[in-house]
Design a protein around this ligand. Structure first.
Ligand code: AMP
Length: 191
């Protein structure tokens, strides 16, 4: 199993690069933000609950995220591997993911972090807001809040993977295809 966590702050390019990686390596994309937006569009109970947090740029509570991910993993069959995008975002989520995957004997191979500095993130999200239709891309306050939440709650997740010797990073600035090649060489080392 090739299970990878693609990590980085909002606007680092996780979604863009995940799309390219999953096509090349035949992986299943497990993007919690996308799953929540789907629920939100379908106005499900889960979507309505998640919306309260998402629209402010806050994290959805762990228990909601974890059960949604567990459900998705359990419903996926004949999978070569998962690419986790936007998950785990807290230490609790990282521990829960390890427990879920341990039960199935399909551990995370590696976290790969995209490194992008804050000014560039803000520029990218403002640019994305012109087409994304995302409420949380719309105001500078919401964008700043998401970056702050990342720094406070999500960054420590990288240390968790470092401690388990499963961490690497790639410079996320530059041309999309060049960043993709750098990611591929990291992934190829794992297979
Ligand atoms: P994203 O598309 O990854 O930027 O996620 C959009 C929003 O969905 C986040 O700002 C959170 O409100 C929520 N969200 C997505 N993934 C998670 C997660 N793993 N834990 C908590 N909230 C999440």
């Amino acid at each position: 199993m090739l299970n990878i966590v693609l990590f980085g702050p909002p606007g680092a390019g996780k979604g863009t690069q995940s799309e390219k990686i999953l096509k090349k390596y035949n992986l299943v994309h497990l993007a919690t933000g996308d799953l929540f937006r789907l629920h939100l569009n379908n106005e499900t109970q889960l979507g309505l609950e998640a919306k309260k947090y998402m629209n402010k740029g806050d994290l959805v509570p762990d228990e909601i995220v974890i059960s949604m991910v567990e459900d998705k993993i359990n419903k996926s069959s004949n999978v070569i591997g998962f690419i986790f995008d936007g998950f785990p975002r807290t230490i609790n989520q990282a521990v829960a993911l390890d427990n879920m995957l341990e039960k199935k004997n399909i551990p995370i191979k590696q976290m790969i972090a995209l490194k992008v500095e804050e000014n560039e993130l803000i520029k990218r999200i403002i640019n994305r807001s012109k087409t994304s239709g995302r409420e949380d891309d719309k105001s500078i306050d919401k964008i700043n809040n998401r970056i702050q939440v990342y720094n406070q709650e999500t960054k420590p997740v990288a240390d968790y993977y470092k401690k388990h010797d499963k961490y690497s990073e790639v410079d996320g600035i530059g041309v999309i295809d060049e960043i993709f090649l750098k990611l591929c060489s990291k992934i190829d080392e794992l297979t």
